[in-house]
Design a protein around this ligand. Sequence first.
Ligand code: GRF
Length: 214
Amino acid sequence: MLKIAVLISGSGSNLQAIIDAIARGDIAGRIAGVLSNRADAYGLVRAQQHGIPTAVITHGDFADRAAFDQALTRQIDAWDVDAVVLAGFMRILTPEFVAHYEGRLLNIHPSLLPKYKGLHTHRRALEAGDREHGCSVHFVSAELDGGPVVAQATVPVLSGDDEAALSARVHEAEHRLYPGVLHWLANGELEYRKGSVHFQGRLLATPLELPPAP
Ligand code: GRF
């Protein structure tokens, strides 16, 4: 059983997708705790509704990033987890934090990385006139939205799309992608070895592609 900590800052719809996938038996794991840096994150309610322990660690209560990250680490390590899943956690993490969880720390980003690191990814894809957009799950390295990409899901950009419509389509894809990756991780099909990703025993040269929704 893969023991997972999920870190959130907001709605937690990805958290919900992971909770649902575990309930369906699609991920051989369990969520040991959900941590938020905001007390009003709706994802905390989702966790509580499913009897999952929660913790709130507010970044404003700490003198600096290092002290905040040390508090995060204490809580996560108390849950004794195999994987730390960033799901809309809107804080930049220190290199020390990232190093502590190297190979166990995953993030989902709403773009086809390496395109559009950072914020406002949907707007940027629209402005660039892209025909395709999507989301990526990657292991986290010290570089923002860097680190080896495990898998991506692609969605079309349709004529008439605005930011909200495109964002909703990507969100739907995220809700399939993250549980899919955690399924592989829990089964032992996905491994991180010294900065690279191995899938089913082989070095992954390009990110896995999640098939489009049926
Ligand atoms: C997602 O778009 C994710 O890609 C980004 O933050 C958002 C989180 O959404 N990192 P939710 O809180 O899971 O609904």
